[in-house]
Design a protein around this ligand. Structure first.
Ligand code: ADP
Length: 316
């Protein structure tokens, strides 16, 4: 047996679930994200006799199978660049997270691929390195390396990206939180959602925003639901971006009236998320969301789920 393979189980098959994630977390644009328990992508990886990466899609989305055009492949290529090559991977992806929905579809594929491959390699890389590899998938999907979906997908819970270069990830403790997500079936291009943002921020707005970020982090760490609710306010990004999402203001207003702590745009949209302290409230919020989009005549999909505290999960 070749040395490259020493200690590795060449017949092993690793199966994982890679969760959807909510980036930006209202006031935490580009720096805060969290994982949810549903939806999740299902993936399976094994060593392959063929060199390089073979991707098999087991879903309806017709995503590219060329590794350099699929975010999972891009992430694996970055990983393989740092190990002795000599073996290939065969990766099967069953996406349940619709691409472009704003709940981290690309991140789930990229993060799931490297976490699963790492298990085949007897966990040779730590989580921070896995985030680094998976960010290459985000670069392929959106043109920029960002980690606010990747990090929570790998670490679970809420993660703070204190810095991207150099990478500095802080995993935050959070209390039990129920999450209601509505995905109106419209397309919001990440590039459009970025291009409309203002490049300058007023000092008074910046002060409000960093007060809210600090409040949100403190609220999560202290399990202070009132403080979490008060801090879920975004005075910089949301007023500009929300115009791309029909019904946004009404969803927010009705959800809060129903008892939600607060929420906002998930990633760059079009999905909207709301956090609640208990399941009953999260279900009423879902009803409100459905009723708003039914009245608007817009197809939509909803999820009521909980925050995911473990990240990518091994099934076998
Ligand atoms: P999301 O926020 O849902 O991840 P993005 O717009 O960031 O949405 O990423 C989706 C884009 O990445 C789509 O253009 C899709 O074609 C592309 N892509 C390539 N490979 C994958 C993959 N394995 N999973 C999801 N999206 C992929």
């Amino acid at each position: 047996m070749n040395n490259i393979y020493k200690g590795l189980d060449l017949d092993r098959i690793v199966k994982i679930h890679a969760p959807a994630t909510v980036a930006n977390m209202v006031c935490g644009f580009d720096i805060l994200g969290f994982a949810v328990n549903e939806p999740y992508d299902e993936m399976q990886i094994r060593f392959s006799d063929k060199s390089g990466i073979t991707i098999i899609n087991d879903d309806e989305y017709n995503l590219p199978t060329e590794p350099e055009k699929n975010v999972a492949g891009a992430a694996l290529i970055a990983m393989m660049d740092e190990i002795e090559t000599g073996f290939g991977f065969e990766l099967t992806i069953k996406k349940n997270i619709k691409p472009g929905s704003g709940v981290g579809s690309s991140a789930a594929s990229a993060a799931g691929a490297v976490v699963a491959a790492n298990r085949l390699l007897n966990d040779r890389f730590d989580k921070e390195n896995l985030v680094r590899f998976a960010m290459n998938g985000e670069k392929l999907a959106s043109g920029v390396k960002h980690a606010d979906n990747i990090a929570p997908c790998i670490y679970g819970g809420v993660t703070l990206i204190r810095s991207i270069f150099p990478l500095d990830i802080v995993a935050l403790n959070a209390p039990t939180l129920f999450v209601t997500i509505v995905h109106p079936q419209i397309e919001v291009k990440t590039s459009d959602a970025r291009s409309i943002l203002k490049h300058k921020v007023l000092l008074k707005d910046a002060i409000k925003q960093w007060g809210n970020i600090a409040g949100l982090v403190a609220g999560l760490l202290q399990s202070d639901y009132e403080l979490i609710g008060r801090s879920l306010e975004d005075v910089i990004i949301e007023p500009v971006r929300s115009i791309l999402i029909p019904g946004f203001d009404l969803v927010k207003q009705k959800s809060k009236e129903a008892g939600a702590l607060g929420g906002g745009i998930s990633g760059s949209g079009p999905s909207i998320f709301m956090l609640s302290k208990d399941e009953a409230t999260a279900l009423v919020v879902e009803k409100e969301m459905k009723s708003i989009y039914e009245k608007l005549g817009l197809d939509h999909h909803t999820y009521v789920t909980t925050m995911n505290h473990h990240g990518v999960q091994f099934v076998s």
